[in-house]
Write a protein of this length. Structure first.
Length: 149
């Protein structure tokens, strides 16, 4: 009886493991990475990656280190850090412990379509904020696109 029970569990386990999505088949066509620097002695640094996949999808991947347990909102703004500008694109917030967020991007917040090629040459900058209640506190930032050169 025990053998049959273990055999059933083994077969069930194989069936379940075979049903998952195989992420290894995703093909990256292009990737561009921009550095993010700490602000106001936050000691939080990281990078933002723009990734173009074979299926046409563009992802913005934020990765930071040394962050707090807050949920950190992040935005791409127009113009350089020095000039400042309006929010052009709202990104997925960085959740607590994982220190990463992924946003699939096809258009700006105003509805204007944007491609990978336009994103990597965008006249903009990125800011990561302390939390939704303290948007005036920036913990990491960096120029992107034409401003990062």
């Amino acid at each position: 009886m025990k053998k049959q029970y273990f055999l059933l569990i083994a077969i069930f386990s194989l069936l379940i493991s075979g049903c998952g999505k195989d992420d290894a088949t995703e093909v990256i066509l292009a990737k561009n990475v921009f550095a993010l620097s700490p602000v106001s002695n936050s000691n939080i640094s990281g990078n933002v990656s723009f990734v173009k996949y074979e299926d046409g999808r563009t992802e913005v991947i934020l990765q930071i280190s040394n962050s707090s347990k807050d949920i950190h909102p992040a935005y791409i703004y127009t113009n350089s850090l020095e000039e400042g500008g309006a929010v052009a694109l709202t990104l997925e917030p960085i959740e607590c412990d994982c220190e990463e967020s992924i946003t699939v991007v096809s258009k700006l917040d105003n509805g204007t379509p944007i491609t990978y090629e336009q994103l990597i040459s965008f006249n903009g900058h990125l800011k990561i904020h302390q939390n939704a209640d303290n948007l005036e506190v920036v913990i990491a930032q960096g120029n992107i696109g034409v401003n990062a050169q």
